[in-house]
Design a protein around this ligand. Sequence first.
Ligand code: NAD
Length: 259
Amino acid sequence: MEDLLKLKGKNIVVMGVANERSLAWGVAKSLYKAGANVIYTYRLERSLGKLTKLLEGDNLSTENIFQCDVNNDESIKQAFTAIGEKFDVIHGIVHSVAFAHAEDLKNPFLQTSREGFSFAHDTSAYSLVAVAREASPFMTEGGSIVTMSYLGAERAIETYRVMGVAKAALEASVRYLALDLGKNNIRVNAISAGPIRTLAAKGVSGFNDILRTIEEKAPLQRNVTQDDVGDMTLAILSNLARGVTGEVIYVDSGYNIVG
Ligand code: NAD
């Protein structure tokens, strides 16, 4: 299997592990099974603490962790320069980062402030562009960039609000980045994940109803897991997906095809 994936020893940067429930942690677990060298970025000290504990708990190295605040260009530049200098080549990036102000996830979309709109887009969509720009000079052997999206990008899901609009910008950015970076054999794709209970999901109201609807209506009649998302992300990072770029790939029990 390792031969098919071609990820053994490859340097993959995973952004966005806040705790053991994070989608990014699911991806990291899949990457370890494929023998990849996993490198992490974090924003807050408390995420660093949780990540360090997770790694120590599994007897994994805590050496490859870098601070990176995606709202700050200088921080992104510093993080990827440090990673590039330490490892020479970056083969893959998992961008699993998003944020919006709590009030913009609670109030009707109509009430979104200019600042709240721009902050959600800056953190959740522009960050992918900035990360791709700083990382791509180190992706000298080609590579794969994967980000995390949600169905609210293309459908008006009432409780998703400004984040849905930011995810629409994220998915469009995936296509334009794929166009720019394809000549360097760097692929850019999004996973559109079904709802999973994480820290970020706490900001979305009516989450239990969303989970219940999937169980009732999705073809697979169940909600997806962190491992479902982790394994599909692994596939997109791997050589199996070498002909796939600019796509949004659904890991949602098929819910998006219904109704
Ligand atoms: P999470 O809270 O575990 O992860 C979100 C991460 O974003 C955290 O690690 C946080 O530190 C990071 N982050 C926020 N602002 C940042 C900044 N300025 N700089 C650097 N990092 C920052 O939640 P999650 O559900 O694992 O979310 C990961 C991604 O998956 C997000 O893009 C989210 O929108 C997407 N997603 C989640 C679901 C779900 O139901 N959980 C579904 C579809 C897509």
